[in-house]
Design a binder for this molecule. Structure first.
Ligand code: UDP
Length: 317
């Protein structure tokens, strides 16, 4: 099997690469990553001749080799990063998917990590996959939300018109080891701020909720779904932890872990969703036995330990 993973140097992508290389049927695992938000360090621990890394933009990717399986993860996922470069965000998701479809073997598998952002600021809770969402296509989050939505359209319409072994997941606020210290999302911000002895920045009053998924739980779900041999359901499939927790609670928890750091309020960003929680009915049916077993209290502790080491190393290096 020849497999390609775009964004394989990234936070989630690198964890997928680890799992892919455990498979004995894989002869080539090609990572395509431009290191915009990904880091080569995330694959540093791997010593395996089957792994090849091409540092380049996925939207210009071309190859004579066709791939049996393609995993398209290349995209920033953190609001400050995608808001800073909206055009590039759209290119990596949408144009990237077009380029990758060109190098998929006929009958090959195409997996795409979409996002709970397709639900926008939801009016329904929890959000089932059938909920069409409340997204503002002119807002500052739109480059991410709409490019994920349009890539879903491209893939589901390719499935309808040409056929494809498709797997589309929608991920909900994933956090954990290998997040960039300067990623800018809530959990990593709170932890890096606490480690640096700074106040934790809560946007708005912190009553907005998210469903925080620890990376190992999420990748367990992805592995089960992506690797399933026979599948009746091409997606979209919600993958996340369905325990919904206000941002302020997470900030307070982390502040207390550090003996009571100060929490300060910043203005709430435009279009910041008020709530987010996956309906996991479908996931439970399609992935029997899978569930998120790491509560955020435990996941945060593990992430703190990882960041502690990471920040020590980056000071030395
Ligand atoms: N957030 C916050 N402080 C931060 C970063 C984020 O209060 O330093 C809030 C943000 O406004 C949002 C929630 O935490 O309501 C989750 O933000 P994140 O960027 O992690 O993910 P997303 O907005 O994409 O769900």
């Amino acid at each position: 099997m020849k497999v390609l993973i775009s964004g394989g140097c990234g936070f989630i992508g690198s964890h997928i690469v680890d799992r892919l290389l455990k498979r004995s049927d894989i002869e080539l695992c090609l990572v395509v990553d431009n290191l915009w938000t990904g880091r080569k360090d995330n694959l540093h621990h791997i010593n395996d001749d089957r792994l090849k890394i091409e540092i380049r933009d996925v939207e210009t990717f071309a190859s004579d080799v066709l791939f049996d399986e393609i995993y398209h993860l290349a995209s920033p996922a953190s609001p400050p990063w995608y808001m800073a470069e909206p055009r590039r965000t759209i290119e990596s998701n949408l144009i990237g998917a077009l380029r990758l479809l060109d190098v998929l073997k006929p009958g090959g598998r195409f997996a795409f990590t979409s996002t709970s952002e397709v639900y926008g600021d939801p009016r329904v809770s929890p959000q089932p996959e059938s909920y069409v969402g409340m997204v503002d296509c002119t807002g500052p989050r739109s480059s991410y939300d709409e490019s994920k939505r349009c890539t879903e359209s491209l893939l589901f319409e390719t499935l309808r018109t040409k056929g494809l072994d498709l797997r589309v997941v929608r991920l909900f606020n994933v956090y954990g080891p290998r997040t960039r210290p300067d990623d800018g999302r809530a959990v990593s911000n709170f932890i890096t701020q606490a480690l640096a002895g700074k106040p934790l920045t809560v946007f708005g009053d912190g009553s907005q909720t998210r469903s925080w998924g620890y990376i190992d739980d999420i990748v367990d779900g992805l592995e089960r779904y992506f690797w399933l041999d026979k599948i009746e359901y091409p997606g979209p499939l919600n993958i996340g932890n369905d325990r919904e927790v206000p941002v302020l609670d997470v900030a307070k928890y982390i502040a207390n872990l550090f003996g009571g750091r100060m929490i300060i309020q910043h203005p709430i960003p435009i279009n910041d969703p008020t709530n987010r929680r996956p309906d996991l009915t479908l996931a439970n049916k399609i992935l029997p036995g899978w569930s998120c077993s790491v509560p955020y209290e435990e996941g945060v502790k593990r992430t703190v330990e990882w960041f502690r080491e990471e920040m020590k190393l980056s000071k030395v290096g």
